[in-house]
Design a binder for this molecule. Structure first.
Ligand code: SAH
Length: 353
């Protein structure tokens, strides 16, 4: 395929025209071509700068429980992994994380956990209301998995603003290869539409290079995201975990992860797209590279250092040994090197198109 044709496809994306599936495949097959990668990185950065300048939003991630009732085959904290030392933070401990985060400049707290039934609606509503009452200028994002419409509504009414729920894969056969029979793609998608209906800013996404994923699957994921129009899009490479059936599968490809960030930035220019911890795990400067391909959000960890290692969704997760303050210092330096800076702001999605 000639460079002109491939560059032409990137230009077409820049004009926000739809690509045909086979055109997406051409792009996804070009990730080893440095000229293509440079070109799409430049275009994605132009668009990102147009909407967000050189500002990067930060979200403080609080991993408040690693108990989970589910058995997603890829996930290190799956229920049947008996090697995990389980923990849950108390309401006071979670609150302390927020306090620390607030002083460091965070105005969004992401509460993430396994699907832990100990945190029932009453406890969650109390927690959300308490954080909201004390940090009224902050946004709360939940990332706690699949719940009913009524439950999501209760958390929203208590003050939760946003919800992250990756669809993981939009292909049903692929979904079945990654999840046990008691989980369904249909329910996951229903949850996403419920969240949207209630009024949350919604994030979805998928892993890159998850076992049995084909490039065609990825194209379907892109088309689903385009149709669903989430406010936030989280994608990151799959990384194996030693205690799962996928322990011998290799990690998602760096360049493929980067080109997908750029493609999503060009498809949905005003959305919030993080450079994920997983991206920083497969490559020392993965998060910086993510930003250079159009990401505009970072999600540093605010969890107490003593539990960080226990929330291991995959092997060798980075930043499990540092205090939040150190992480922020390190990130500021890294961003400076690439001409970006952190902005102290809730960083809500604003419709700009
Ligand atoms: N229990 C919540 C939060 C899940 S963890 C939920 O169900 O939404 C957040 C994300 O981590 C998952 O959606 C998944 O895409 C990602 N993840 C899990 N295991 C992973 C692995 N081995 N490699 C990379 N990402 C992984």
């Amino acid at each position: 395929m000639s460079k002109e044709i491939i560059f032409g496809l990137i230009d077409k994306l820049c004009e926000e025209k739809n690509l045909r599936p086979e055109e997406f495949l051409v792009l996804l097959n070009s990730v080893e071509d440095n000229f293509v990668m440079d070109y799409i990185s430049r275009k994605a950065q132009e668009v990102t700068k147009k909407y967000f300048g050189n500002k990067i939003y930060i979200r403080g991630l609080i991993e408040f429980s690693n108990f989970c009732k589910n058995n997603c085959f890829y996930c290190g904290i799956r229920k049947d992994n008996l090697n995990v030392i389980r923990y849950r933070l108390s309401e006071d401990e979670i609150f302390e994380c927020c306090k620390k985060g607030y002083d460091l400049g965070f105005r969004t707290f992401v509460l993430q956990s396994g699907e832990d039934l100990f945190f029932d609606d009453k406890k969650l509503v109390k927690l959300i209301s308490r954080i909201k009452k004390n940090f009224s200028d902050c946004a709360i994002t939940l990332s706690i998995g699949e719940k009913s419409f009524d439950e999501y509504k209760k958390y929203f009414e208590a003050g939760a603003d946003r919800f992250l729920l990756r669809h993981e894969t939009i292909n049903n056969l692929h979904y079945k290869k990654l999840h046990p029979d008691d989980m369904s793609l249909k329910n996951r998608i229903k949850c996403l539409y419920d969240l949207k209906k209630i009024g949350y800013q919604v994030g979805t996404g998928f892993m890159i290079g998850s076992p049995y994923q084909s490039l065609k699957n990825i194209v379907s994921d892109l088309l689903f995201i385009k149709k669903f129009r989430p406010e936030m899009i989280g994608i990151g490479p799959f990384i194996s975990h030693k205690d799962t059936r996928f322990c011998d599968f290799k990690s998602g490809n760096l360049n493929l992860s980067l080109i997908l960030i750029a493609i999503l930035r060009l498809m949905l220019p005003d959305r919030l797209i993080p450079a994920t911890t997983a991206l920083g795990t497969i490559d020392k400067t993965g998060r910086e590279k993510g930003i250079l391909f159009g990401a505009n959000v970072l999600m540093p960890n605010l969890s107490p250092v003593c539990v960080r290692k226990k929330y291991e969704l995959y092997d060798n997760k980075i930043c499990t040994g540092e205090e939040a303050a150190e992480c922020i210092k390190c990130l500021k330096l890294r961003l400076k090197k690439i001409g970006r800076e952190i902005i102290i702001s809730r960083g809500d999605f604003k419709k700009m198109l």
